[in-house]
Design a protein around this ligand. Structure first.
Ligand code: ADP
Length: 533
């Protein structure tokens, strides 16, 4: 039996059972060649895959000390296309030993990378930015292939990802220290800012490249070296970006990528005394584990965790702006972002009008394979994600909520879900307190500004929030009262590389992007120069 046959029949079995998730192979099982398995794909996807195969950007190995590396025990992991369930390729399923070697390579490279002048590091980062931009189409296609988002949105993500590198190439030159006025005439006080050392970066699947560059760019700009662990669901974009970092002249060992057994890799990063900080984006549950694990070596952690974003539409909102903004805040990436509007709070005077206009707009959103023309909503990442959405919708409906649009799995099958609006949602329903991470907008009615602020803040999360109002006074009042790291006022798309991203409460620690993003990767050193007289 050929490898193609083995693989196709396995995928068919899993499609039939309705369960799609990547599998791990040991070296005694069929090992797939390190390239895209186009023979299993539909014709559109196949043509794109053939082109990508020739681009040199498809890498099916981890990167340790500048060498493309297999798992030491030969284990591999399938990477699946969520829109079709087909196997794209396999990557190594690495664990602790490979991670320790990656850390050692990063430690060795730190000695020289941190000693380069900021201008020199900046030049290499700038070159990396140029390469990402000149390959944005191919990189966007890789994102769509493994993550599912519409290719136009995926190319947008690549540009956004590259922008972090450009921004931090510039910031590298602005790591200023301080001179503090002395308290005695024979002493002077100096503050140095120095790179913290090797850093571990753990990233999720919803933004396979932007979540990586948002961490790598400031780390490298400061003079740190990195071990990246991308999500096992979307490793190919990370590897393609790493390939371009090599082409940009970033030296071996500065950027390392390990893939595979998340807990084992996490353990190795936590246990190492050489790793000085871990920057993580992902679930609150895993973030808490990492924070607890970091205590053993008193490691710094930077965490961007789950959200429960309120989107508040006041009676005095411009309804067109509110519908457009809520649509963008809710449905970007098929609702799979931690800053997605999770609860739409609508004031009673505008509720019916807004519900009507919003559900009409939602009904017009085209769902499908991200490579298809006009598609704005791709599939959810896997079946577990769809099951969670179904459970939350069923819970709300069973407690009295009303479906205004969608409400079911999409007729396309696989992991596609209909864009959905639910009315009459109450705070007691699970959908009001749990992160939906899917294309479902629950509408809750409120009477007063105080009530809206109370409902919005009555959660353990505190990442993003949105308000829609024409009143300048109310904008400030409510923005100041919201316990959230990010507030969008009359705006549903708030992320940029020049502004700080991060949460309050259990949504995390630290900030990414902007000048504040550098602080995660710097140590402050106080030098006292004495006996000057
Ligand atoms: P999501 O539900 O968004 O996938 P996770 O927190 O499970 O969020 O995953 C985010 C990232 O954390 C992924 O790269 C995943 O592999 C990694 N991860 C999951 N569990 C652990 C763990 N125990 N230690 C370290 N990393 C982990």
């Amino acid at each position: 039996m050929s490898w193609t046959h083995v693989c196709v029949s396995t995928v068919c079995r899993r499609l039939a059972s309705g369960f799609i998730s990547p599998r791990i192979f040991t070296n005694s099982q069929p090992y797939y060649p390190s390239r895209i398995l186009c023979r299993q794909m539909g014709s559109d996807t196949k043509a794109i895959s053939v082109k990508l195969n020739g681009s040199g950007l498809i890498r099916s190995h981890g990167l340790i000390g500048g060498k493309w590396t297999e798992a030491y025990d030969g284990k591999t992991l399938e990477v699946l296309n969520p829109a079709t369930g087909e196997v794209i390729t396999t990557v190594p399923f690495m664990a602790g030993r490979e991670t320790n070697d990656a850390i050692a390579s990063a430690q060795e490279a730190f000695a020289s990378w941190s000693k380069l002048t900021a201008t020199e590091r900046s030049k290499r980062l700038r070159k990396w930015y140029d390469l990402l931009i000149s390959h944005k189409e191919e990189l966007g296609q890789i994102v769509t292939l493994e993550q599912g988002k519409p290719v136009k949105e995926a190319i947008g993500e690549v540009t956004y990802a590259a922008n972090f590198i450009e921004f931090y190439a510039e910031e590298a030159k602005r790591v200023y220290g301080d001179i503090i006025p002395t308290t005695s005439v024979d002493r002077r006080f100096f503050i140095l800012k120095q790179p913290i050392g090797v850093v571990g970066l753990i990233t999720p699947w919803n933004f396979p490249i932007a979540m990586i560059t948002r961490k790598v760019a400031p780390a490298l700009a400061c003079g740190c070296t990195v071990v990246i662990k991308p999500s096992e669901l979307t490793p190919l974009t990370a590897l393609a970006a790493a390939e371009l970092s090599i082409q940009a002249g970033i030296p071996p060992g500065v950027v390392n990528v390990v893939l595979g057994d998340a807990p084992a890799i996490g353990e190795a990063l936590l246990a190492s005394t050489q790793v000085k900080t871990i920057s993580f984006t992902g679930s609150t549950a895993v973030g808490k584990k990492l924070m607890a694990g970091a205590a053993a070596t008193v490691k710094k952690v930077s965490l961007e965790l789950g959200g429960n974003a309120p989107c508040i539409v006041f009676d005095d909102a411009d309804i067109e702006v509110a519908v457009k903004g809520t649509l963008a805040a809710k449905f970007r990436n098929t609702g799979q972002t931690c800053i997605c509007a999770n609860r739409v709070l609508v004031q009673e005077g505008i509720y019916d009008k807004f519900a009507d206009a919003f559900s009409n707009a939602v009904k017009s959103l085209k769902v499908g394979n991200g490579f298809e023309e006009g598609v704005v909503l791709g599939p959810l990442i896997n079946d577990a994600a769809v099951q969670k959405v179904e459970t939350l919708v069923q819970d709300a409906v069973s407690k009295g909520a009303k479906i205004l649009a969608g409400g079911n799995r999409h007729s396309l099958g696989m992991t596609f879900y209909e864009p959905t609006v639910i009315a009459d949602v109450k705070c007691e329903m699970r959908i009001s307190s749990e992160e939906v991470f899917g294309p479902v907008a629950p509408l809750l009615k409120f009477k007063t500004e105080e009530e809206a602020i109370h409902i919005a803040n009555d959660t353990t999360a505190g990442l993003a929030s949105y308000i829609f109002t024409r009143s300048v006074q109310r904008s400030w009042r409510v923005a100041e009262a919201l316990e959230y790291g990010i507030v969008g006022v009359n705006e549903g798309l708030v992320s940029t590389e020049v502004t700080p991203h991060g949460g309050m409460k259990q949504s995390g620690l630290g900030r990414e992007g902007s000048k504040y993003g550098m602080e995660e990767y710097l140590e402050i050193k106080y030098v006292c120069l004495g006996n000057l007289i």
